[in-house]
Ligand binder design. Structure first.
Ligand code: FES
Ligand code: FES
Length: 137
């Protein structure tokens, strides 16, 4: 199966690979796994406590090219967004941007889940009320 140019680009030059200090109050960590294939993705955000803007994001993904590209793209997209704006990113946006084929859609779901998990962790740490969970099929 051929990967799209954008997937190859993110795979060859992943943005924002790395780790943020998990114990810091302003850092949220999301760790998710895909039951379909066993791939694992960790995505972290650092949030400005005054503005709720995500100022930094890092990821580490053990997985396929599409999972790496999805998480790389996710870190790019969340940076500079508020928590609420970042919550609005869906896997469909990622599928479109990376032109993922149907068999690779779950890789983008992993990235959406990772964003939400990181935000959830940050909210819990900072006693921000969870907004009603969006149902993800
Ligand atoms: Fe092999 Fe995702 S299924 S890397
Ligand atoms: Fe499982 Fe990509 S995350 S194949």
């Amino acid at each position: 199966m051929a990967y799209s140019d954008k997937v190859v680009d993110h795979y060859n030059h992943p943005r924002n690979v790395g780790t943020l200090d998990k114990s810091a109050a302003e850092v949220g960590t999301g760790l998710v796994g895909a039951p379909e294939c066993g791939d694992v993705m960790r995505l972290q955000i650092r949030v400005n406590p005054e503005t709720n803007v995500i100022e930094d994001a890092k990821f580490k993904t053990f997985g396929c090219g599409s999972a790496i590209a999805s998480s790389s793209l996710a870190t790019e997209w969340v940076k500079g967004k508020t928590i609420d704006e970042a919550m609005a990113i869906t896997n469909t946006d990622i599928v479109k941007e990376l032109a993922l084929p149907p068999v690779k859609i779950h890789c983008s779901v992993l990235a959406e889940d990772a964003i939400r998990a990181a935000i959830g962790d940050w909210k819990k740490k900072n006693n921000v009320a969870e907004t009603a969970a969006v149902a993800v099929a």
